[in-house]
Design a protein around this ligand. Structure first.
Ligand code: 0O2
Length: 231
């Protein structure tokens, strides 16, 4: 273990660091694809709609270090920028998010270093997402290097919102006109409502499908209809 930590702290070249982050993204993405395939095989359901992966650009790393008041060095980048390797999981429903988080937490070779639940505690901007910082062992020919990857899990609707908010943030460099920030906050509320209603609707559809074969007739009493609880 000691030798692994020493190796990690000894990363002194940009190419070595980027090679490790790219390998870590591949490793985590493959793991999550396998989990999703297994879930489909066992439960006939995919909790992941799609996966987006990226390694942060040099420009973005430098910007983040400056934002945190740190000198732009390889050492500081490895120590302070936690999301250089990033994997984003897009799901249909909020329940998928917590199901996936639990599945990730149960992976023996991934160490969960920290969790930020911006779904239960959204940012003042309205940003919602579930962030997990994990470390994954990268097996090289002569050593093993634990490498950090930030996994972001969010619904399709949250992702749609976050993409536009990100665009706004970059366009106005944090100085967006008040009416645009206000409108985005209102859209975040609509996103939350949409996610809730889509989840209820999906549950109602699933309940209907499982109950139907046991019914003597196809008639459904109004008070038994799960859809009437939606609003
Ligand atoms: P980019 O350009 O997307 O890579 P930080 O608060 O960011 O200084 P930390 O610990 O990395 O420090 O924070 P966090 O909360 O885990 O955020 C990491 C990433 O989550 C961000 O990376 C964004 O991708 C995303 N994120 C966090 N907050 C927001 C938000 O309010 N709106 C949107 N659209 N995305 C957010 P970067 O490096 O900030 O940006």
């Amino acid at each position: 273990m000691q030798s692994i930590i020493k190796e990690y702290n000894n990363i002194d070249s940009w190419r070595t660091a980027m090679f490790l982050y790219q390998s870590a993204v591949k490793e985590v993405q493959t793991k999550l694809e396998i989990l999703n395939d297994e879930f489909q095989y066992v439960h006939k359901y995919n909790p992941i709609e799609h996966i987006k992966s990226r390694v942060k650009t040099a420009e973005s790393i430098a910007k983040k270090l400056k934002r945190h008041g740190k000198e732009v060095t390889i050492e500081n980048m490895v120590r302070y920028v936690k999301d250089i390797a990033g994997v984003r999981l897009i799901c249909s429903y909020t329940t998928d998010i917590y199901r996936l988080a639990e599945m990730i937490g149960n992976q023996g070779d991934l160490k969960v270093l920290s969790v930020k639940d911006y779904i239960k505690n959204p940012k003042p901007s309205g940003y919602k997402s579930y962030h997990m910082l994990v470390s994954v062992p990268i097996y090289l020919s002569d050593s093993v290097v634990d490498t950090k990857v930030e996994i972001q899990i969010r619904t399709i609707a949250m992702d749609f919102w976050a993409s536009l908010e990100h665009k706004m943030h970059y366009k106005f460099e944090g100085q967006a006109p008040e009416y645009i920030s206000d409108e985005l906050r209102k859209c975040a509320e609509i996103v939350a409502t949409l996610d809730e209603r889509m989840l209820s609707l999906n549950e109602a559809i699933l309940a209907f499908q499982t109950e139907e074969p046991e019914e003597a007739s196809n008639e459904i009493l109004l008070e038994d209809n799960p859809l009437i609880h939606l609003r």
